[in-house]
Ligand binder design. Structure first.
Ligand SMILES: *[C@@H]1O[C@H](CO)[C@@H](O)[C@H](O)[C@H]1NC(C)=O
Ligand SMILES: *[C@@H]1O[C@H](CO)[C@@H](O)[C@H](O)[C@H]1NC(C)=O
Ligand SMILES: *[C@@H]1O[C@H](CO)[C@@H](O)[C@H](O)[C@H]1NC(C)=O
Length: 839
């Protein structure tokens, strides 16, 4: 509670009803008599401030009082009324001051709003006048002249204004009348005036009753007996050298300080002239502060004065001589303010926590600073210590608004300790500071960020479904759910299949699992976008790329393309009897769907009819004659060849190659034996026609060639010297490209192929192939204008042609056909061979 002292300009005498005085600048002023019942309504704040009463509780309306002060009023949150909360005694609050004002601040939050409320406490006549003593002793010389005046101590009434003492009544008597000096702004006192000379011989003493009456309704009164003793001698009263003593006293003066010295002189001698000093009427509080030396007239400070409690004192002093003649004087003590109160800082309102997206310049709190001193000593400067993004700006009177001066970032600084220092302008200045805590609350302003923008993971093929492949991590510095990261895969397709059927991600941990087993031979890598999303609202997200590379395992055994695998068909190579050591006889061709080492093939002869006659190129698959063929060598040679890859563990495949050492197919009577199965076959007429046509075609073909070429004998050249056409039907769609002997390149991209199991077409020849894959010195080459026509590059030799036709016919007969036609084919073979031998 705080009360303010106003210079007595605005009197509110007689105002006993509640009165709204003003609502200027959001200030309201009420007037209420003291001693109202608790709960009485002083005024309706909601109405007078124009605020909806419902908003009072929403906006946390409250009255702020100074620390340590009593709260006399309260707010009724339902009605918005200001009510009396406890007994208000004006006399206790303000004493003799004429203006007694209670001052509050009404604080509303959201937005912060402040209204000042002043309540004038008006007086009621609840105190009677009182005299300091029951009896006043007066001693008056009988020689005293008519008209002489004798001061009498006034009666004291705690009430003020009309309720204070208004008049005195003196009992009817022949000697004295009573005058009451009661001019506003001047000292009030009463005087006995001698109306008729006293005669000691007639009357030695006079007793009079004096009654003081106040102006209340009803009035209250008090009486005192004035006992006048008539003196005989010719005495003089003491006389003060000054009627009023004015002194000033610093409020910090120590106990024992001599405040003033009063002096009165008495013209008499001896006991009649001995002057003693004493106080007139004084309240108990003041008596504790000052002591008067009755002999010397020194006024000594015996307590501590406080400017903030009372700024001036008026003391009535009486000087008395031996017989009791007295006179009065007054000491006025002005208390001088000393800067003895440090400012106090009150946090009136604070929005805590403050969201981090609060724009600079937003008000977050209201600070009230107070200093009980006066004038310069209560001028206060306020500042914030340290480097914090907040400023203080002066608001109404001694209020400061605390606002943000820069952007806040919870991820950088999540809380502030704001220290406010207040310094007054006294000398020396006093200061105080207060620290309060302000937290910054989170806003979802950071997306999750992946540790890396792209991740690579390697997984071996044939993995188990559910294997974890890799894990991704994204960080989000926001708080709680705003920083909780959830992972997911961005829907996409791999080869037309949703990516979710290949990979899955653990939403919480970011671990990526394989949903199925991968096959390197199907696809070698897949790329997927991973999304990390926080749980804020709205959520923020970011992407990263995960590339999964599937690594090869040796899970495919080599596949032999040529010769066709065992059990399916008969493959026979003709070897001329004149073949020299080193001549190429045939070539085994195999592929492996794996890659790298897993597809690096090596060829070995595991079994042969005549070991040492033929050798195998380990990586080329070429079968060569190891020594010159002699007559003693068996005509039929059988080789079993194994093809092995270089994987761990290695896989292999085997095939058989049948070699005929002969220059003439006719010399092969046992050829029939080489078929793996004899079956009775039926000749159908269209087959006969077909075969006759083929025979006729070959005959015509050979005769044509022979017609344009001349015959010259030479050492025979061997067929398939370094180049063998590979039927592409055996090539897997997607096998590894690895440099190395024995391994095919993907550029062997044939459209033509060997058919298996077809009854109608035994052999389709090459339509196109890539030149670059042929080793140098190849015997076959693609015609530049028409890839469908194969020409001989060196077709001048009949033998070569003959050999070629032999082999071709042989191939077409023993290729991939059904055994039903064997008989017919053998017939045709012998027929053609006979013709050729006669050329
Ligand atoms: C603020 O003050 C409290 C208590 O004094 C202390 O624990 C905290 O670390 C301080 N915070 C900052 C940001 O200085
Ligand atoms: C998350 O951010 C939103 C604003 O984006 C905010 O309202 C919410 O309070 C934040 N949550 C937490 C737990 O801080
Ligand atoms: C993430 O990917 C989606 C879809 O491609 C795209 O729309 C979005 O902009 C990406 N976000 C980021 C942060 O790259």
């Amino acid at each position: 509670m705080e009360y303010l002292v106003f210079s007595a300009r605005c009197f509110l005498f007689g105002v006993t009803s509640i009165l709204l005085l003003s609502t200027v600048n959001g200030d309201v002023r009420y007037s209420v008599p003291e001693e109202r019942k608790t709960g009485s309504v002083i005024g309706n704040l909601a109405k007078d401030l124009g605020i909806n009463a419902k908003m009072f509780s929403v906006r946390k309306a409250r009255l702020d009082v100074d620390d340590g002060s009593k709260r006399y009023c309260d707010i009724d949150m339902n009605t918005g009324s200001l009510t009396v909360a406890e007994r208000i005694d004006r006399e206790e609050l303000c004493g003799f001051l004429t203006d007694c004002v209670l001052q509050y601040e009404l604080i509303l939050e959201n937005p912060l709003e402040l209204h000042r409320i002043k309540i004038d406490i008006t007086d009621i006549n609840d105190n009677s006048p009182a005299f300091a003593n029951d009896v006043v002793e007066l001693e008056i010389r009988e020689s005293a002249d008519k008209g002489a005046r004798y001061a009498v101590n006034e009666a004291h009434d705690a009430d003020i204004g009309v309720n204070a003492v208004q008049s005195y009544k003196l009992q009817n008597n022949p000697y004295f009348s009573f005058i009451f000096h009661n001019k506003p702004g001047q000292e009030k006192y009463g005087e006995l005036v001698l109306e008729k000379e006293l005669d000691r011989e007639q009357e030695q003493e006079v007793r009079l009753l004096l009654t003081a009456v106040d102006g209340g309704n009803p009035p209250k009164s008090a009486s005192i007996v004035i006992h006048v003793t008539v003196l005989d001698a010719n005495d003089n009263s003491p006389v003060f050298n000054q009627p009023v003593y004015k002194v000033s006293l610093r409020e910090d003066s120590p106990v024992g300080t001599t405040v003033a010295t009063v002096t009165a002189t008495d013209a008499d001698e001896g006991a009649n002239g001995h002057v003693t000093y004493q106080f007139g009427h004084l309240s108990g509080d003041v008596l504790k502060l000052f002591a008067l030396d009755s002999e010397t007239g020194n006024l000594i400070l015996s307590g501590n004065v406080d400017y903030e409690k009372q700024t001036s004192y008026e003391l009535r002093i009486q000087a008395k001589d031996g017989p009791g003649l007295a006179s009065f004087a007054k000491i006025i003590i002005e208390v001088i303010d000393v800067n003895d109160n440090a400012p106090t800082i009150h946090l009136k309102s604070l929005s805590n926590p403050v969201p981090e997206d609060t724009p600079p310049g937003t008000e977050v709190g209201i600070i009230n600073v107070q200093d009980k001193d006066s004038e310069k000593n209560r001028q206060i400067r306020c500042s914030i210590q340290g480097h914090v993004p907040f400023t203080l700006t002066p608001s109404i009177k001694n209020y400061f608004s605390l606002s943000t001066s820069g952007p806040l970032d919870r991820e950088h600084t999540s809380e502030y300790n704001i220290t406010i220092t207040a310094v007054d302008e006294g000398s020396p200045p006093l200061s105080s500071s207060k620290t309060f805590h302000l937290s910054v609350s989170d806003v979802n302003d950071n997306p999750p960020v992946f540790d890396e923008q792209s991740y690579s993971a390697y997984v071996a093929e044939n993995n188990k479904a559910g294997t974890s492949i890799c894990s991704v991590t994204a960080r989000d510095p926001d708080w709680r759910q705003n920083g909780t990261v959830l992972y997911s895969l961005l829907p996409s397709e791999v080869n037309g299949v949703p990516v979710s059927s290949f990979l899955s991600i653990n939403a919480d941990t970011g671990v990526i699992h394989a949903v199925r087993s991968f096959d390197y031979e199907q696809f070698r890598s897949l790329k997927v976008q991973v999304v990390s999303r926080d749980n804020g609202s709205p959520p923020l997200s970011s992407n990263a790329t995960v590339s999964v590379f599937i690594t090869d395992e040796n899970d495919n055994s080599p596949q032999i393309l040529y010769p066709a695998p065992e059990g399916k068909s008969l493959m026979t190579e003709m070897v001329p009897k004149a073949a020299l050591s080193g001549s190429l006889v045939s070539k085994v061709i195999a592929v492996d769907a794996d890659s790298g080492q897993n597809a690096w093939l090596s060829y070995r002869i595991v079994k042969s009819t005549d070991p040492g006659l033929f050798s195998m190129g380990v990586h080329s698959g070429e079968i060569r004659v190891q020594r010159d063929i002699s007559e003693s060598d068996s005509m039929k040679q059988n080789l079993v060849i194994s093809v092995r890859d270089n994987g761990q563990p290695p896989l292999s495949a085997t095939c058989s190659v049948y070699l005929l050492i002969s220059d003439n197919l006719a010399e092969v009577p046992e050829l029939k034996d080489m078929t793996y199965e004899e079956k009775s076959s039926k000749l159908t007429s269209y087959l006969i026609i077909a075969l006759v046509s083929v025979s006729t075609f070959f005959l015509t073909f050979i005769i044509l060639i022979l017609a344009v070429r001349f015959c010259r004998r030479r050492k025979p050249r061997l067929l398939f010297d370094g180049a063998v056409a590979i039927p592409s039907a055996y090539l897997p769609p997607n096998y590894a490209e690895v440099e190395g002997a024995g391994t095919l390149r993907s550029s062997y991209n044939y459209d033509a192929y060997l058919t298996t199991g077809s009854h109608t077409s035994d052999f389709k020849f090459i339509r196109s192939y890539n030149d670059s894959t042929l080793p140098a010195g190849g015997t076959l080459r693609k015609s530049p204008d028409d890839s469908n026509i194969i020409t001989f590059s060196d077709a001048g030799e009949a033998l070569e042609v003959r050999n070629y036709i032999y082999t071709f016919v042989l191939l077409s007969l023993v290729g991939h056909f059904s055994t039903e036609l064997i008989f017919l084919k053998i017939y045709l073979f012998i027929f053609i061979t006979t013709i050729l031998n006669h050329i």
